[in-house]
Design a protein around this ligand. Structure first.
Ligand code: HEC
Length: 308
């Protein structure tokens, strides 16, 4: 097998090199375009099956070429045996050296550089008719190999996600994180964003339980009032509406004996109690304490307007 590549006729070698080059050029548009970002290509986008088929055809052609080379090689050997024309081999090269020297880099060994010396001579500076240096050529082959792996990875086998997919994944991940954050900071309610959760049965029930536990002593079982004011009428000393009620609960009125609950209750719990209180408006419980403060009209969204 050592002299395989000496035996391949040179036009054939050139033809296969040209074929490879053309095939590589054909890959360039496929690699350069990002299917989602680029405008729709003129040719319809190939499906994965079509790409795999194409790759299979390519592999088949390559195999066919290899078989052809082998057949030719065998024929030459047979001819040599038959005509007893075994060529004199001055130097035995390894297959790799042979491929490297004759196909890949066409490198000329330093000892043999005399053979490619051009005959002109400028003040002692002479010129070699050399090929591109092997390091450059191998770099090129490296990029070719990279391109093929890249295409297989991203466009044929789709092992790694494309940028668009990566972006989508990041956004999905971020959405999950935001949801988690919101869940964790659900307690991040204050008087500016507190909501009247009158539709949320569980929240109202929670508000009722907490009220009965913490507030009935002063505001009465049915919010009718006692030490503290009646919370079922339209009159409010510290303002009506969800935000004002929440604020009063949170910061309290320490001088009058209404403590600040922000240390004892969580923000969402205070939201639940405030909402529960507002749902009790107009229930007119027995023994209701007389109205104190200004009159407010409560609206459906929990805001209230002072009555003039
Ligand atoms: C120790 C008695 C006491 C307890 C317990 C208490 N309050 Fe009060 N609360 C008061 C007093 C007294 C006032 C009136 C303050 C004022 O006159 O300025 C008041 C006022 C309020 C007001 C404002 C009423 C208005 O007219 O503006 C709200 C709302 C309120 N309390 C809710 C609650 C809630 C909810 C709880 C339980 C988490 C609670 N209170 C527990 C004594 C108490």
């Amino acid at each position: 097998m050592n002299h395989l590549f000496h035996l391949i006729p040179s036009p054939f070698r050139r033809a296969s090199a040209l074929g490879l080059a053309l095939w590589l050029c054909a890959q360039i548009p496929a690699l350069a375009q990002d299917p989602a970002a680029a405008p729709a290509p003129l040719a319809p986008k190939m499906t994965q099956q079509e790409l795999i088929m194409l790759s299979l055809i390519g592999v088949t052609i390559m195999v066919a070429i290899l078989v052809l080379i082998t057949v030719m090689y065998t024929l030459v050997i047979v001819r040599q045996v038959v005509f007893k024309e075994v060529a004199k081999q001055e130097k035995v090269e390894s297959l790799w050296t042979s491929i490297d020297k004759n196909v890949l880099t066409k490198a000329v060994a330093i000892e043999e550089e005399e053979s490619i010396l051009l005959d002109h001579n400028y003040d002692g500076i002479r010129e070699l008719d050399n090929h591109l240096p092997p390091w450059w050529v191998y770099l090129f082959y490296g990029t070719v190999a990279f391109a093929i792996l890249y295409m297989l990875n991203y466009h044929v086998l789709e092992i790694s996600p494309l940028s668009v997919k990566e972006y989508d994944n990041a956004m999905t991940q971020a959405a999950v994180e935001v949801a988690e954050y919101k869940k964790l900071h659900a307690k991040n309610i204050d008087e500016t964003n507190v909501a009247f959760v009158k539709e949320d049965k569980a929240a109202l029930e929670n508000g009722k339980v907490l009220f009965e536990k913490n507030c009935v002593a002063c505001h009465g079982q049915n919010l009718e009032g006692g030490t503290g004011p009646n919370l079922t009428d339209e009159a409010w000393i510290h303002g009506g509406g969800i935000q004002a009620v929440f604020k009063t609960i949170k910061y309290g009125v320490s001088k009058k004996g209404m403590i600040a609950w922000e240390k004892k209750l969580k923000p969402d719990e205070m939201q639940n109690i405030a909402s529960y209180i507002l749902t009790k408006q107009g229930t007119k419980p027995a023994n209701a304490k007389e109205a104190e403060g200004d009159k407010y009209t409560l609206k459906a969204d929990g805001t209230a307007e002072k009555v003039k």
